[in-house]
Design a protein around this ligand. Sequence first.
Ligand code: P6P
Length: 331
Amino acid sequence: MKNAEKPFIKTVERHFLDRKGNNPHATTEFSWLLSGITLATKIIASQIQRAGLLEIMGEAGRVNVQGEEVQKLDEIANDTLVRCLGYRGNVGLLVSEEDEEPHVIQDAPESGKYTVLFDPLDGSSNINANVNIGTIFSILQRDPKCDASDVMARVLQPGYKQVAAGYVIYGASTVLAYTAGYGVHMFTLDPYIGAFVLAQENVMMPTEGKIYSVNEANSRKFPIGYQKYLDWAKTDDAGYSSRYIGSLVADFHRTLIRGGVFFYPQTKKSPEGKLRLLYEANPLAFMAEQAGGAASDGTQRILDKQPHAMHERTPLIIGSKNEVEKVLSFL
Ligand code: P6P
């Protein structure tokens, strides 16, 4: 094969632009925004790989808007994403799990077209146990009819309006998975060239998988339907295995690859559940549906939910279509 014909590496940005034909957002400006995410997550990956050596483990000594102890790496990840995305020229608002209010980057109508929402380092409490953790992101665009000054209207959009979404999982390898509404695609970070290189296109979640993923210590506090599902799943006939890492991105990534169902229901202590709608449930629900899976809050499709507050929480049942439906059948 002549050199020119050899399949050259395909980066995220290049892969995204190749969809020029059928995705109105497949523009260089949007690809430039995506490169803000890839740059930030490469920096975060390098920090995590050396965390034990750089004295950045442990707590930052403050509590975030969620009332959770902030880890030093949380702060580093958050600052990195804000800096890398803040100067992309088409980002109007940044919403982070770590910050009470949105960052208003540009409020000129023609420039601040996109809103990027993210959980900078989900599962960060697992950092010192060297468990996989991740960055989750969701991208919305401003409705042209919406007044630029109406910040909340630009943020509180239902999940089906997402333009793109994805996550980066930091583990044995650093993998970026994203969708822009045309399938789910995965890229592995090649540290020698510092680029996310295409690993798999059009990833499809198995339609079923006998794995349930839940924190069973809470099971007695779940609504009775979930308890009945768990009793059934433990029967010999059902033959399920339980896998729970306690890091949402890791549990979701396994579910995407192997199938099964993850759920974090509401409990008396957390009547709306623990996971956040805008920058955890919505992006992963978009990915799940694009991969042939499903995501529900137990009563409705996650992507149909109208958000009422930036940091609102939601119960989440997500995974293989048949497995989500099986859980719902017990509710
Ligand atoms: P629990 C991590 O703190 C996190 O937000 C998600 O990554 C994870 O799925 C969940 O909380 C685990 O919560 O209550 O089982 O420890």
